[in-house]
Design a protein around this ligand. Sequence first.
Ligand SMILES: Cc1cc2nc3c(=O)[nH]c(=O)nc-3n(C[C@H](O)[C@H](O)[C@H](O)COP(=O)(O)OP(=O)(O)OC[C@H]3O[C@@H](n4cnc5c(N)ncnc54)[C@H](O)[C@@H]3O)c2cc1C
Length: 408
Amino acid sequence: MSTHSYDAIVVGARCAGAPIAMLLARAGANVLLVDKATFPSDTMSTHLVHPPGVAALRRWGLLERLEQTGCPAVERYSFDFGPVTIAGTPRPIDGAARAYCPRRTVLDALLVAAAVEAGAELREGFTVEEVVADGGRVTGIRGHARHGSSVTEHAPLVVGADGRHSAVVKAVRPGQYDERPSRTAMYYAYWSELPVDGFETGIRGERHRGWAAARTHDGLTVMPFGWPIEEFHANRHDIEGHFLAMMDLAGDLGERVRAATRESRFVGTSELPGYFRTPYGPGWALAGDAGYHKNPITAMGINDAFRDAELVAGAVADALSGTRPLDDGLRDYQRIRDEEVRPIYELTDAFARLDPPPPEMQRLIGAMHGNQEAMDAFVSVQASTLPAPELFSPDNVARIMREAGADG
Ligand SMILES: Cc1cc2nc3c(=O)[nH]c(=O)nc-3n(C[C@H](O)[C@H](O)[C@H](O)COP(=O)(O)OP(=O)(O)OC[C@H]3O[C@@H](n4cnc5c(N)ncnc54)[C@H](O)[C@@H]3O)c2cc1C
């Protein structure tokens, strides 16, 4: 049994957990951050960070550090729908209009280092076996270091930032709502000598195929791609063959891929359900994928984890300083999270079907093509710098159609 007394224990030290520990430690809290991984550590994920996530890194004083790692900036987004490509520059949000696509080995290690620098105690290679509770209230964790025996640590709050298969979730069994089935099998790999212009995405709804590409560290380009979950078993023994057949649909990008060199194996999963979970209860809170998950086709996970981190850390810091009761802060966190992500959750689920866009959307896409202001607005929704309801409001859609002479 440990004699330490922590204000909070954070389980999981990646995009959600490390910033929570960092922000709490900066606010003067005594924080224990644990992860079964040791950093730098990769994880199954591509890694586009949209401008709101970049703005968070800047607020936290970490953007310059990321830029110093040699990660190329992504300034342009494009969507190849087949008949037309919608391309543009996202609107800025909080002064950030660029995205970055840092390897998780780099980004997560940078976040962990910032948490430690702020004063959080880090235990890497530490697996949480169970959550400890007393009279229905979570009071700590029990876990072990690699080759170590079990230890118990106590805190008035345990934050589960431990991802989709969260041990904290298994213990506290939060309510789960607005679930969506897994719709896509998604893979990715890295190529050298594959030039791309910003974040290039493509969808061929009639063939149920989707892909994306962005430059990352070390001169590599990461390409995620997917097909419907119904094809998962049939295609899994020849990922490369199916990928190359997909690239036959991808025009110029397909040619660039054939001229490039694949530098990694294909990695992927078909387990990509959508869910919201009640993110707090007596003595516990959830952040990142542990509390809310969606298909990665819109690449929102890191952004979402960063937003959760600020909201959870803000709620805890307020409670510690006596500004606001913890439950009030965490209730606000759930409300803000749910309100903010709902429209993009729906859009993500629609994209994840990899179906042709509905006829009215096809007409709108056709009308946007060539209208740079409208195309910038479209990519801003994908970049998460413009709320989807603003772009798709009846007035705005009517205006775009009118400007294209397509309203008759
Ligand atoms: C194929 C794919 C592609 C993706 N592409 C993108 C993208 O381009 N952009 C984007 O923004 N998002 C993307 N995502 C989503 C993104 O990866 C997640 O949303 C993000 O990693 C969530 O961060 P997190 O900190 O909540 O959880 P995680 O990154 O899952 O981290 C959880 C941590 O908890 C630790 N942990 C778990 N259990 C325990 C335990 N019992 N004891 C101790 N530690 C534990 C794990 O070791 C891990 O380090 C993608 C996901 C997938 C699957």
